[in-house]
Design a protein around this ligand. Structure first.
Ligand code: COA
Length: 475
């Protein structure tokens, strides 16, 4: 570099290129991702903010599958803004209604800790508001029928253009394929996902389960996808689409049955009681009644009081390492050494008789007595707990798994809190919102509309039901 230029640069306070290169070389190496993490918080556990604080969700969900997902995210601290149709809202507000004039438990137990805004998504002004919400949110969650979101104009391309960081998460009944356009409810998914064909007794029809594995199960899958996409976004800076098909979610939960389907090629499923009964297997994994899904035989047995109480039963597992303790307990010590009973393979064809003998013992005790006696001996058993018993179980209240919340229209009700316990993010379980309860608040605080703007929006009909003033939404 000519001396003249060097002098000029020095005068201007700039360093010549060579010097810059030298200084750069002396700089410490760039920090690794790990080093750029904030220092561990010194705040007491649970006081450092909730896990998803700062995440804002545009919640376009309804019925059960989507709301399960967004409620869980709300329990973890996300600001969930539920968009509902003016006048009626989520259809479940009025379904299975038990208290006149109040939102149903169907709705209240799936929409806790959320805010509600009413927007007519097909009204031009409503579309404007939605576009602004898209710009202010991190995640859009929806479980409309296939194509409904696109018909509202909220295609992924449109959303991505407005907010490239937006994650768009959807529940659909089926993934791409022959059934992709079908509308799907819980039991359809249980049937299409392999649960119903493998649930029930071999000589009876397929059965659906009480646990909502199609709806709530898929909502859980979606929540995981959203959290993973939020994490990936910290590296890529962009959002993505997350899709959970209910058929896929159910099949994932029925994974062990696809395992059994493949085992069939190599011989009978010896842990199924049908094997012990000498009944041949067909081409598909059969219904296994109450057989245990694992390698340890189990069955549901009657307990004291079964004649009058439909839940006086216990699940009893004849786990191999505690076989001796079981024999002593039921008064069959000779089975410990009898070659017909001493080993798990010898017992397999005799399971029906074995469980009948154990039942003779369990019928002399309540399910809780069986539980207490067996647990002391490390014999795995599970009492069949009714919903009444679960609602009254104090340990579930203490852990926040069952929570009582107060609602302005229906009074106190029980809800299931966050089943995922986090030591630094206590669950935020609050009542569900009234229809449109937070419309004004969201328009003002989140979207920055002025009072005049809000008045104009109200008179446009974009956030109110036809012929109803905005206030009526919350009334
Ligand atoms: N303003 C105006 N219109 C709205 C609206 C709002 N705020 N919110 C919803 N709508 C409209 C939708 O745009 C749609 O209109 P379109 O069909 O003209 O496009 C209409 O309401 C109905 O939505 P849809 O999802 O089709 O409801 P549905 O009652 O007919 O079907 C399901 C319900 C659950 C069967 C269907 O949504 C579905 O299959 N979802 C995916 C699978 C799923 O989650 N199933 C489990 C539910 S627990």
């Amino acid at each position: 570099m000519p001396r003249k230029v060097r002098k000029k640069m020095k005068a201007a306070g700039r360093k010549p290129a060579k010097q810059v290169a030298k200084l750069r070389a002396k700089r410490p190496p760039p920090k690794t991702a790990k080093r750029t993490l904030p220092r561990p918080s010194a705040k007491p556990w649970g006081e450092a903010g909730r896990a998803l604080a700062g995440v804002r969700i545009l919640d376009f969900t309804h019925v059960q599958s989507g709301p399960t997902c967004t409620q869980l995210l709300a329990f973890m601290g996300a600001d969930v803004i539920k968009v509902e149709r003016p006048g009626s809202g989520d259809i479940t507000r009025g379904q299975l209604r038990d208290v006149k004039g109040a939102d149903s438990l169907y709705f209240t137990m799936l929409n806790g800790s959320k805010r509600s805004i009413t927007i007519d998504s097909k009204h031009p002004k409503g579309k404007d508001i939605l576009d602004r919400l898209v710009q202010q949110c991190d995640v859009l969650v929806e479980n409309f029928a296939p194509g409904a979101l696109d018909r509202m104009g909220l295609t992924f391309a449109h959303i991505h253009k407005l907010n490239p960081r937006m994650i768009v998460a959807s529940v659909k009944g089926f993934g791409p394929g022959p059934y992709q356009d079908c509308k799907v409810y819980e039991n359809v998914a249980q049937c299409a996902g392999g649960s119903a064909s493998t649930t029930g007794f071999r000589d009876g029809p397929p059965l659906v389960t009480g646990a909502q594995i199609g709806d709530s199960g898929t909502g859980l899958h979606l929540a995981l996808g959203i959290v993973a996409a939020l994490y990936q976004r910290t590296r890529t800076g962009r959002g993505q689409r997350v899709l959970c098909a209910m058929q896929d979610g159910v099949l994932n939960l029925a994974r062990v049955k696809l395992r059994d389907q493949q085992r069939l090629k190599h011989g009978p499923l010896t842990e199924y009681s049908q094997y012990g009964e000498g009944i041949p297997f067909g081409p598909a994994a059969p219904r296994a009644g109450n057989d245990s899904g694992g390698g340890q035989p189990g069955w549901i047995l009657k307990c004291k009081g079964w004649e009058g109480d439909p839940d006086a039963y216990i699940y009893f597992i004849t786990q191999a390492p505690v076989w001796g303790a079981i024999c002593d307990l039921i008064g069959k010590p000779e089975w410990k050494t009898d070659p017909d009973y001493a080993t798990p393979p010898a017992r397999l064809p005799r399971l029906r008789g074995i469980f009948a003998a154990i039942e003779q013992w369990t019928m002399t005790k309540t399910k809780f007595e069986v539980m207490e006696i067996c647990n002391k001996q490390e014999i795995p058993v599970g009492p069949i707990l009714s919903m009444k018993e679960l609602a009254e179980e104090q340990s579930l209240r203490a852990t926040g798994t069952v929570v009582e919340v107060d609602h302005p229209r229906r009074g106190k009700y029980l809800t299931v809190g966050n089943p995922i316990k986090m030591s630094d993010s206590p669950a935020d379980v609050r009542r569900s919102p009234l229809l449109g309860e937070h419309t004004d608040e969201i328009l003002r605080q989140v979207l920055g509309y002025s009072e005049e703007d809000i008045a104009a929006i109200k008179s446009s009909g974009a956030i109110t039901a036809p012929d109803k003033p905005a206030k009526a939404e919350a009334a």
